[in-house]
Design a binder for this molecule. Structure first.
Ligand SMILES: Cc1ncc(COP(=O)(O)O)c(C=O)c1O
Length: 454
């Protein structure tokens, strides 16, 4: 029996990433409040937020300092924009701070409100740059199968997941997808990680050669793929991919939307995986997810091009009303201050081994093909047959069933795990206990449904 609130939800909201037809029967899980690493539903049941919202709430829920900062900023300057040369303190200070901590030398910061906007802006800026540099044909963008870069028309075109393209008439022309660095799924029999990485780099090289290096502008990658299934690239992958990009003068963008700010135990994911991009996109943990803010880190070569175009056209014709919103900038600045003061990145690194040990242990479960991760991020790949790695039929709903069991155990999503960075060691133990129970229940259910040999 659906509650009154559930019925009102069904009749009013379009939910992102939801089977809208099935949802009419099940209704929502209404989360009412949160504190630390826990959230509570509207019946008072507590859950460990094993996904930090959507890879967002690095500092957990209900941080008083962020609440105070937000309130003070609203009282002082509740709105301000950066159009036509206007400015305000929080945006200036936040940009300065981001330049200081950036993983590569950065000249300027362009603010926006979401990861999609950041990646969309990256594409526009690269196109603009290549026009300024007098190479108008160099415009194609290479992304990877299973990548996730957002949902606006350009960022969804970068995304390499079928559900983001089907019937949306995407990807648009000029967006190419190269192979996914998922060793467990896509390596050939007996192929080493290094061998697999070399083969993928060769495939990228061949793709660029086929398209014509003078037509390929940029390559974008998440250091660890998130929404595509928490895919940690094989050893030496980025080193080899970066060499191919350098060979063809292809601008390299790190999408640090989920890996940035400590998730992998380093400030940026590209540092953990040993590559140096030209440009960087950040969002989510930039404000611990408390307010929408994202940024494009602009290197000098790109900034010079923006200057050239400004001189030619008379303005830089790009920007969002909420670019550098003072409330968002103030909260993000305070977030970065807390990360530094409380050594949050070092703490995340210190908790990584405990988290990864639990994850590997879960890998022994009969339903788990591979449990992989790095730092405080983990992905659990469910299989019907451990030996052959055969997945379950998508229509049997096993993944969704496992999520439901995990929620019943109060554990959130089970396929990807990325708790708040402030999660305590006791909560990590508890999170994995609950996940283990959810996997056992899923196994029993799969046997009852005859999805597995009993
Ligand atoms: C790596 C990555 N890039 C971009 C995005 C898109 O961000 P948003 O949903 O804020 O537009 C996401 C969202 O999960 C992401 O994981």
């Amino acid at each position: 029996m659906l509650s009154n609130l559930a019925v009102r939800d069904i009749e009013t909201l379009v939910h992102p990433y939801t089977n809208l037809a099935a949802f009419r029967e099940t209704g929502p899980l209404v989360i009412e409040r949160g504190r630390g690493s826990l959230v509570y539903d509207n019946r008072g049941k507590a859950y460990i937020e094993g996904m930090a919202g959507l890879w967002c709430t690095a500092l957990g829920y209900g941080n008083e300092e962020l609440a105070e900062t937000a309130a003070a900023q609203i009282r002082k300057l509740s709105f301000g924009h950066l159009f036509t040369g206007k400015s305000h303190d929080p945006a200036i200070e936040l940009a300065e701070r981001l330049k200081e901590i950036a993983p590569v030398p950065i000249s300027k910061i362009f603010f926006c409100a979401s990861g999609s906007e950041a990646n969309d802006s990256q594409i526009k800026l690269v196109w603009y740059m290549n026009n300024a540099l007098g190479r108008p044909r160099k415009k194609k963008i290479v992304s990877r199968l299973k990548a996730y870069h957002g949902v606006t028309i350009a960022s969804a075109s970068l995304t390499g997941l079928p559900n983001n393209h089907a019937d949306f008439d995407l990807p648009i022309a000029g967006f190419l997808h190269t192979a996914c660095p998922h060793h467990y799924r896509f390596a050939a029999e007996g192929e080493s990680e290094a061998g697999f990485a070399s083969r993928l780099a060769l495939e990228l090289d061949e793709l660029i050669e086929r398209e014509g290096p003078d037509t390929v502008a940029a390559f974008i990658a998440e250091p660890v793929m998130g929404a595509g299934g928490v895919i940690v690239p094989p050893e030496s992958y980025f080193e080899k991919i970066a060499a191919v990009c350098a060979k063809h003068d292809v601008y390299m963008i790190a999408d640090e939307v989920i890996c940035g700010f400590g998730r992998l135990g380093t400030m940026f994911g590209s540092q953990a995986l040993g590559f140096r991009p030209h440009g960087v996109s950040v969002a989510k943990a930039l404000s611990s997810g408390y307010v929408p803010i994202a940024a494009v880190m602009v290197p000098e070569i790109l900034y010079e091009a923006l200057l050239t175009e400004s001189r030619k056209i008379g303005t830089f014709g790009h920007g969002f009303t909420y670019s550098g919103h003072p409330l968002a900038a103030a909260v993000a600045l305070k977030t970065l201050e807390i990360y530094a003061r409380d050594r949050i990145v070092e703490q995340a690194a210190a908790k990584g081994p405990q988290f990864q040990a639990h994850l590997r242990k879960l890998g022994e479960h009969p339903l788990v093909g591979e449990a992989r991760g790095i730092g405080l991020i983990g992905g659990i790949e469910i299989v019907a047959d451990k030996r052959t790695r055969r997945p379950f039929e998508p229509t049997c709903g096993l993944g969704a069933r496992c999520v439901r069991f995990a929620e019943d155990n109060g554990a959130g999503d089970v396929v990807s795990i990325c708790p708040p960075l402030v999660i305590t060691p006791q909560e990590i133990d508890e999170l994995f206990d609950r996940l283990g129970r959810a996997f056992d229940q899923t196994l029993d259910w799969a046997k009852r449904e005859k999805l597995l040999a009993a």
